[in-house]
Ligand binder design. Structure first.
Ligand SMILES: [Zn+2]
Length: 290
């Protein structure tokens, strides 16, 4: 009898230890899983927050396209005829497209859509020219002057872009997230937008968040997950541009629209035709002086 009691006590004791061990193991697993869920939730939250910055302008673009139900209809205010362009700038001299190099030779011009150093891997422009609406030229000069005082200069990657090039880009990308639709056109088609960066006056590269036309989330001017130096340089450029009437695009730190862009129509005048018009006007003035 005494032996049976001892066996029973020992059995109860082992059973308790076994159950306690199992509980502990299961609690530990639960704790581990909970931790993983929290980590995943935090990660998801982080990604969602980061993506929000880049998604904002994309949503705007998508809404507009869906409301109008087509991508390919032409914008209402498009001037593609040379005579119509000449008439327009005669009435609206502030809308004239000028060669930036003639206005300011200190700004560095690196037209990225001429040549293959762009996301299309081919040349979209027939010549390495940078044209821009005359209204912007003065502001860019003032910005470059201020940059020079700090030891930097402005680099212009793109400015006026003929409408037909925007259509060509669309044919290649066919995604309103990454390209302006033919229906809407681009602010570049008005000569009222610029894609810019900076470099040091001795030509040394300055660290920026991304290269031109980078489609990652790092391209957002609100993105924080980049080096301190890149953030400082980006914010310095944005501050200088904003001071002189430009607004940065929320998905591209290098793209700036100039105030009043919506008053200027979209143009589809080739660089060759713009050069021809400039030459004609120069000859006219020369004749008058003689
Ligand atoms: Zn741009």
């Amino acid at each position: 009898m005494k032996l049976n009691i001892k066996i029973q006590i020992l059995f109860l004791l082992f059973s308790s230890i076994f159950i306690a061990c199992q509980n502990k193991k299961s609690n530990y697993n639960e704790h581990e899983i909970n931790n993983e869920i929290v980590d995943v939730q935090e990660e998801t939250q982080e990604v969602e927050n980061e993506e929000l910055d880049t998604i904002k302008p994309i949503i705007e673009e998508k809404d507009t396209v869906e409301r109008n139900s087509t991508y390919n209809s032409k914008p209402a205010r498009l001037i593609s005829d040379i005579e119509a362009y000449k008439n327009h700038i005669e009435k609206n001299p502030k809308h004239k497209l000028i060669r930036l190099a003639d206005h300011n030779s200190k700004i560095k011009l690196v037209p990225r859509y001429y040549g293959t150093n762009n996301i299309f891997d081919r040349s979209l422009y027939s010549m390495p020219e940078v044209f821009i609406c005359i209204q912007i030229a003065e502001s860019l000069s003032a910005i470059n002057q201020e940059l020079e005082e700090d030891g930097y200069r402005l680099i212009v990657w793109d400015a006026y872009r003929p409408y037909s090039v925007t259509v060509e880009m669309w044919e290649h990308i066919r995604n309103p997230r990454y390209a302006a639709t033919p229906q809407k056109g681009s602010r570049h088609n008005r000569g009222m937008a610029v894609d810019v960066s900076i470099e040091k006056l001795d030509g040394t590269k300055v660290e920026m968040p991304t290269d031109f036309d980078d489609l990652s989330r790092e391209a957002s001017p609100l993105y924080h997950g980049i080096s301190h130096e890149a953030r400082q340089n980006r914010d310095y450029l944005i501050a200088k541009m904003q001071k002189h009437g430009f607004t940065v695009l929320s998905s591209e730190w290098w793209h700036f629209d100039y105030k009043g862009w919506s008053y200027v129509p979209l143009f589809d005048i080739s660089f060759e035709d713009l050069l021809r018009i400039e030459k004609e006007q120069y000859l006219k003035i020369s004749k008058k002086i003689k």
